[in-house]
Design a binder for this molecule. Structure first.
Ligand SMILES: *[C@@H]1O[C@H](CO)[C@@H](O)[C@H](O)[C@H]1NC(C)=O
Ligand SMILES: *[C@@H]1O[C@H](CO)[C@@H](O)[C@H](O)[C@H]1NC(C)=O
Ligand SMILES: *[C@@H]1O[C@H](CO)[C@@H](O)[C@H](O)[C@H]1NC(C)=O
Ligand SMILES: *[C@@H]1O[C@H](CO)[C@@H](O)[C@H](O)[C@H]1NC(C)=O
Ligand SMILES: *[C@@H]1O[C@H](CO)[C@@H](O)[C@H](O)[C@H]1NC(C)=O
Ligand SMILES: *[C@@H]1O[C@H](CO)[C@@H](O)[C@H](O)[C@H]1NC(C)=O
Length: 452
């Protein structure tokens, strides 16, 4: 052996393979750890490189792992990251990416993606545009789409009877186009995101039409049994069954999208008891179902196989709980407590990958599960940055400093499209979210109907 080499050998690997380290009592330490997770997350994004499409993560399958909507989810995560940490490293990329995907009608329906476009997919981009408006993210020049108007376009299109039809007593179908698989499924995420955006538009603009529509949507979700008396939040049901064949899978993004919307309704109604009860009920349900031991857990998939879509849900859960603390402060202490214990567990398992700090998805296990991905990084980034929310400004409205320009008529008359993009292999493979599960349950209901 050559003794002189020993220090070199022992130093190098230790320095490179450092697990993600963070002291949750120190905001600087949280910022530093979040910065590393953000870098590792953005390493999945190539949209700004030659030959790639700006705005999206590699995909959709089979061209890459990620559907179009996850690009929208990514930019919302990065804008929240910026406002909670003050690190604007990624702002220009986020800005360019969001604007690149607005589409010819400025409604997040670019023809490239319509063959697999669900209402929920469109809403994920719309909700990120709202995050931009609510946090005074850089406004585009006047001749381009504006954040608030983009959200209004998505919401107006989804409010139209073309989308919100009479089957099952109302509500949005999962898919927009009749030719897409999942058109006969009315689900919680499509309607929950519409509810969420309506409540936030009501608070931002003061427009009561949006609030009334949000309230109607909440009542509908209860009437079809997707929200039960114990605040279990189920996934959806099929139109041929009048939405009574409730798919009882519970996913955290469904509950969280409703919670953030309910918090905005609570705030918009100046703290009404009715919405306070719903906010408390949802927080209780979320603690029980998705934080069984104080750590985020995805009960409908984590014991088995989670799809790439599902692998990103914990980030929305953490971020939307965090924003709820600012909009409905009466649940803040309760929420921040569980976000802390959950984030601790999340960080503990970030010991994977070539740099030794990549995160997996199984937070309750305490060990890295061996699978890296943009979703896993988005989750931990959302969790870490959410812990800094106390020090940042609450989402603004157009009366409290919001600068984003709206257009109440955005999207009006744009929803009916007979000219559909041809279905390509890549699009057809996985229309929207939860395809696999949905298909399974569709086959079961079909078999049941034939039998009957
Ligand atoms: C649509 O797809 C084409 C061909 O891949 C690409 O050049 C273009 O940038 C895409 N546009 C959007 C908005 O995704
Ligand atoms: C279908 O469901 C809606 C909403 O729950 C209900 O109002 C309607 O009566 C139902 N229709 C039939 C035919 O059962
Ligand atoms: C906020 O938006 C509403 C609805 O568009 C409008 O009536 C109101 O004047 C706006 N307030 C400000 C301060 O711009
Ligand atoms: C309120 O929102 C509805 C639905 O988007 C729209 O039709 C109406 O013009 C808006 N009202 C104002 C004052 O902006
Ligand atoms: C509504 O939200 C603001 C923050 O924007 C908060 O200061 C206020 O307390 C909230 N209202 C209620 C009734 O909690
Ligand atoms: C929660 O803790 C209990 C008791 O230790 C354990 O049995 C259960 O498996 C844990 N749940 C999860 C999701 O880790």
């Amino acid at each position: 052996m050559l003794p002189s080499l020993v220090p070199l050998l022992s130093l190098t690997p230790v320095a490179v393979l450092a697990a993600l380290e963070v002291d949750l009592d120190s905001p600087d330490s949280i910022r530093n750890a979040a910065k590393q997770v953000a870098e590792d997350l953005m390493a999945y994004y190539h949209g700004n490189e030659p030959g790639h499409v700006p705005g999206i993560l590699p995909g959709p399958p089979p061209d890459g792992d990620y559907y179009w909507w996850q690009g929208g989810a990514l930019w919302g995560t990065m804008i929240d990251y910026w406002r909670w940490t003050d690190d604007d490293t990624w702002n220009d990329l986020a800005y360019q990416a969001m604007l690149f995907q607005v589409g010819p009608d400025k409604d997040f329906m670019d023809p490239n993606w319509t063959a697999s476009l669900g209402n929920d997919d469109q809403s994920f981009w719309g909700m990120s545009a709202l995050v931009a408006a609510e946090n005074r993210f850089q406004d585009p020049p006047e001749d381009q789409a504006q954040w608030l108007a983009l959200a209004q376009a998505v919401w107006n299109e989804q409010a139209s009877p073309d989308r919100n039809d009479d089957t099952c007593g109302g509500g949005l179908r999962w898919q927009i186009f009749a030719t897409n698989r999942g058109y006969d499924y009315k689900n919680t995420i499509a309607n929950g995101a519409f509810f969420n955006m309506g409540a936030r538009l009501a608070r931002y603009t003061g427009n009561d039409t949006c609030a009334q529509r949000a309230t109607w949507t909440w009542n509908w979700l209860e009437s079809v049994g997707y929200i039960d008396a114990d605040y279990n939040i189920y996934d959806g049901g099929h139109v041929p069954m009048n939405c009574t064949d409730t798919n009882k899978q519970q996913y955290s993004y469904n509950a969280a999208v409703l919670l953030l919307g309910a918090a905005h309704m609570y705030n918009y109604t100046d703290g009404s008891q009715e919405w306070a009860d719903r906010v408390s009920g949802l927080v209780g349900g979320i603690e029980r179902v998705f934080f069984p031991n104080g750590t985020a857990y995805e009960p409908s998939c984590e014991g088995g196989i989670c799809t790439t879509d599902m692998l990103s849900f914990k980030g929305y859960l953490h971020r939307w709980l965090a924003v709820t603390t600012q909009i409905a402060p009466f649940v803040a202490d309760r929420i921040m407590g569980v976000l802390r214990t959950s984030t601790r567990a999340a960080v503990n398992q970030c010991t994977g990958g070539a740099n030794g700090r990549q995160c997996g998805f199984h937070w309750t296990s305490g060990v890295y599960d061996g699978v890296t991905g943009a979703g896993q990084q988005m989750n931990v980034l959302g969790a870490l940055s959410s812990l800094l929310i106390d020090a940042s400004h609450a989402p603004v409205t157009n009366e409290t400093g919001g600068t984003s320009q709206g257009d109440p008529n955005a999207g009006i008359g744009k929803t009916t499209r007979t000219e559909m993009a041809p279905v390509t292999g890549g699009d057809r493979a996985g229309a929207g979210i939860l395809t696999t599960f949905f298909l399974g349950s569709a086959i079961v209901s079909l078999a049941w109907m034939i039998w009957d």
